[in-house]
Structure formats: structure tokens, C-alpha cells
Ligand binder design. Sequence first.
Ligand SMILES: Nc1ncnc2c1ncn2[C@@H]1O[C@H](COP(=O)(O)OP(=O)(O)O)[C@@H](O)[C@H]1O
Ligand SMILES: [Mg+2]
Length: 274
Amino acid sequence: MSLQKDLPTRVAPETQITSPERQIEQLQQQVEELQRQLLIAQKMSSVGQLASSITHEFNNILTTTINYAKMGLRHKDPATREKCFNRILSAGQRAAKITTGMLAYARSKGDRKDALDLAQVVGDVLVLCEKDLQMNRVKLQLDVMGHPLCEVNVSHVQQVILNLVVNARQAMNGGGMLFVRVAMSDDGQMGEISVRDTGSGIPADKLPKIFEPFYTTKEADDRGQGGTGLGLSFCRDVIEAHKGRLRVESTVGQGTTFTLKLPLAAPASGRKSA
Ligand SMILES: Nc1ncnc2c1ncn2[C@@H]1O[C@H](COP(=O)(O)OP(=O)(O)O)[C@@H](O)[C@H]1O
Ligand SMILES: [Mg+2]
């Protein structure tokens, strides 16, 4: 009691008092900034999972290029040289495809949306995952049943697809099949992408939790590659921001299917969806 009395009473000058409204505004700004940083971190963590396989693939491309260049220099006959040039050319084209995919993935378009063919968007992401899938004995089957034109933030939607593919691969310890399908929705109103795996599946009691931020069942391995639990929560936010839908179906021991639907671009954009 007496201690309190002895304490000098300090009244902050009027100018230093922050109104509750201002405090809320500042906190909102902080939340927005943290969300932005979290988004970048999530993006880097999902592409980080592919870093070793992409490096591996570049190494293979370089080995191919060097070996065929040496062979072309050794053999003077036009037929062998032409074969060597063709192999070097396709290795270079493969490398260019991967770097284009990486650049498209890394580029941020802020909140901008463009009318894009979903099949193209999916194709650009899968280029980045092919080697990773192969190294983990996962066979990829891509079915392009249509070319829906949707109004999308390409960087965000690519991040969603990458998250779903990386999750699917991680659920198939020991290999399996990954089916990616692009189509128009049955009612013709939306573009649809589905990612189906033949992995572990998700128990029914865990299903409602998987979209929660930081929910993960993956423990850090010796490469420090645990789960962040942010992948699906990010997917859900992106799909909501696109006024789309994200659905999951899963059977333990059989596998999981994630289906996302995105509204078609307005016909006013002057292009037609196939
Ligand atoms: N395709 C899938 N098969 C089985 N479980 C999955 C699949 N996708 C997601 N999950 C489950 O949902 C959890 C949350 O996924 P996510 O938000 O991407 O976080 P993270 O991958 O970092 O764990 C995973 O830890 C896993 O338990
Ligand atoms: Mg994940």
C-alpha cells in the first residue's frame, strides 16, 4: 500500500496518448505486415522442399551437355555431330523451362489478377516438381481435359498447387501415383484442378484440422524439413480470396484428393475458354 503511495504519479502528456482507434489501426498494420511476411516464408519453404531435386536435375543437364559436347568434338562425321547438337539443345531447353518456372514462381504480382489458362499455370508448376517426384518414386499423370480461363493471381495459385503436390508426395512414403487433372467443372461455371494421391490418407477426425494454421503431423527430419502447418491454411486463404472452393476427400490407406474450383474470367476479357 505505502509503496504505491510513494510512487510518483506520471501522467503522459496529451500528445503521447494514443487513441484506441489509432492503436487498433497500428495493430492491424502489424498483422497485415506479418501476414505478408508469413506468405513469403511459406512460399520459400514449399519451394525449398524442391531445392535438392532441382539442383540434382541441373547437374544431370550439365553432365548431358558436357558429355555430348565432348562427343561432338571427338567425332567429325555430320550424323554424330547432329545427334550431339540435338541432345545439347534439348538439355538446354529443359533447363530453360525449369528456370522460367522458377522465375514465374518467385515473381510476386501483389494483388494483381490476370485471365489465364489453368492448364498452363499447372504445367509451369509441375515442371518444378517432376524430378522431386521421380526421386521419390512417384509417378505423375497429368490429364488436361480442358483449358479453363480463370482470373487468377498466378503466383498465389501456383503456390497453392505446389503446396498440394508437395503434400501429396510427402504422403506417399515409398512411392505411389499422383494424378493431376485440369478441367471445367461439371456445371461449366468454374475451372477445376484436382490433385489426387495414393498415399496414407487422412483420418476422419483429423480432416477438420488440416486447414488450421500451424497444424502439422510432420516432424522435422535430419535435413530440418519438418512441416510448418501453413501450406493448407495458405491454400484456403488464396482460394477464398479468389471466390473459389477447396474440397478434400480422403480414405486412410488409399489416398487423398484435393479439388479446387476457381471462377471463370469474365467473357468481357475478350477471350474464350475451351
Ligand atoms: N495429401 C495428403 N495426404 C495426407 N495427409 C495430408 C495431405 N495433405 C495434407 N495432409 C495433412 O495435413 C497437414 C497440414 O498440411 P499443411 O498445411 O500443408 O502443413 P505441412 O505440410 O507443413 O504439415 C499435414 O501435416 C498432413 O497431416
Ligand atoms: Mg504442406
